[in-house]
Design a protein around this ligand. Sequence first.
Ligand code: 5GP
Length: 174
Amino acid sequence: MKLGPELISGDAIQQRVRELAADISRDYASIPKPLILLPVLKGSVCFATDLSRSLTVPVNFDYVAVSSYGSGTESTGHVQLLKDLTMDVAGRDVLMVEDIIDTGLTTSFLFEHVRRHGPASLKLCVLLNKEERRVTPVPIAYKGFDIPNAFVVGYGLDYDELYRNLTAVHILEP
Ligand code: 5GP
C-alpha cells in the first residue's frame, strides 16, 4: 500500500473545522456545565484538538478507545471497548468526536455505551462520512465532509499506525 493523491487539503480541513466549531459554540452557548468532548482514540485526536481550539464554549475532555481494523483496511464488524470513560458524564452534555464513519458499527456501539451512563445530551461530530458503506444508521449532528468509498489516511487516520501526522487527507493506494 502506498500514499495516493490528496483528497482533502489541509486548508480545506482547517476551514471546515472552524465552521463546525462555530456551529457547536452557538448550539452549546447556554449549557450549565462545560461541554464534554469525547474523542474516540486514536484517529480523532487531530480533529478534536483543532476543533477544541476554535470553540468559544468551555470544554472538558474525556477519551474512549475501541478496537478498529487492526492493520488491514476492512472492518471486522467486531467492536471491543479498549478504554472506557473516566469522567462521570451523568447529567452532562457530551459531544462524541469521530474521525470517520464507515459501516457505523463502531459509533452505534459507543453511542449506546455512553448513553447508558445517563448524559443530559449526547451528539456526534464526525470529520469524514462514507455514507455508501453504512450498515447501521448513526445520527450525525455535525459533519465535516462526505467522501467516496476509499480507504483514507492522514489528519489522525492511519494505515498500520502510519500517516496520522499528515495535515491533509489522502487516499491509500494498493
Ligand atoms: P465503522 O465501524 O464505521 O465501520 O468504522 C469506524 C472505524 O474504522 C473508524 O473509526 C476508523 O478507525 C476505521 N476506518 C473506517 N474507514 C477508514 C478509512 O478510510 N481509513 C482509516 N484509516 N480508518 C478507517
